[in-house]
Design a protein around this ligand. Sequence first.
Ligand code: GDD
Ligand code: MG
Length: 323
Amino acid sequence: MKISAILLVGGRGTRLLPLTLQTPKPMLEVAGVPFTEHQIRKAAQAGISEIVLATSYKAELFEPYFGNGEIFGIKIKYAVESSALGTAGGIRHAAKLLDPCDLVVIFNGDVLGAHDLKKQIQFHQEHQADVSLYLTEVDDARAYGCVELESNNQVKSFLEKMDNPISNLINAGCYIFKSEVIQQIPVDQVVSVERQTFPELLKAGAQVFGYLDNSYWLDIGTPAALVKASADLIMGKVFSPATPKHEGEYLAAADSSIDTSARVEKGSYIAPNVIIESNCQITGSIIGRGAKIGADCKIIDSIIAPNTQISAGMIVNSNYLGF
Ligand code: GDD
Ligand code: MG
């Protein structure tokens, strides 16, 4: 059984503006590495040997970092959509680059989930599914793809972003497709997997199953979620093989300079060449490369862009400065 993967990283990241003006969402640093690295290492760890990055917005920024994937233990290829093809259009376009395989794991490019991918693959095979969806439960399903399940875990309906959700079960953004099911998606057309492919497959009687896993899950698509994901990874609330090794509750690059009187805590990340002056308090925040934080600042649940200077005495709370 050969299993490959496609990572959907072509979205514009509008809810993350202005952070995504120069950097596509998946290349924003989360716990010290581009978010995509967490997903690539998760795929490699699950035994996947090849992954195609389906890119569009700022496509040229991925390959210089990830190259052919050798150092990440997985073969990486790049499928560039000159204009965005939507989620299913992107999957179909990327699938052209895959070596022949039996199953394809598709990842949304912005989900930090602790679900056990190997178990989902096993579940998919046991149910002889055409498609299986990783599902999680949330309090309010309105912002997500809402799923209704039969008692045998077969998906009964899939409704993207509805005002009155029919359940608390949502599409958590990791699908397994039989290779031949991807071939049915029209080529080089704009198609949404959530609004078109899933409902159409259900209507046609395809075997679509839901794999429920309620471990840690977060869509990092807003600034508040992104900074929380970073802090949770650094504090060990969720594990990723890509989180750099560190002691204690923060992560600081070796070539950063933190005054001994400063307090850095609650999953903060201090990038290379950052200077943090005396008596600062940095809590649950991301301080970008080359930023300088003047004395007596308090930075809480915030993101400071690379090379930004914060004057002495400032209090920054749930804010995103310098982008
Ligand atoms: N290649 C490519 N081309 N990728 C795309 C495109 C495209 O045209 N459009 C979106 N993507 C990528 C995004 O970069 C992201 O990684 C993923 O597809 C999902 O897009 P989002 O814009 O983040 O969608 P969402 O968060 O509103 O909803 C999706 O995720 C939810 C879970 O977080 C849906 O799949 C929901 O059903 C799901 O519940
Ligand atoms: Mg999203």
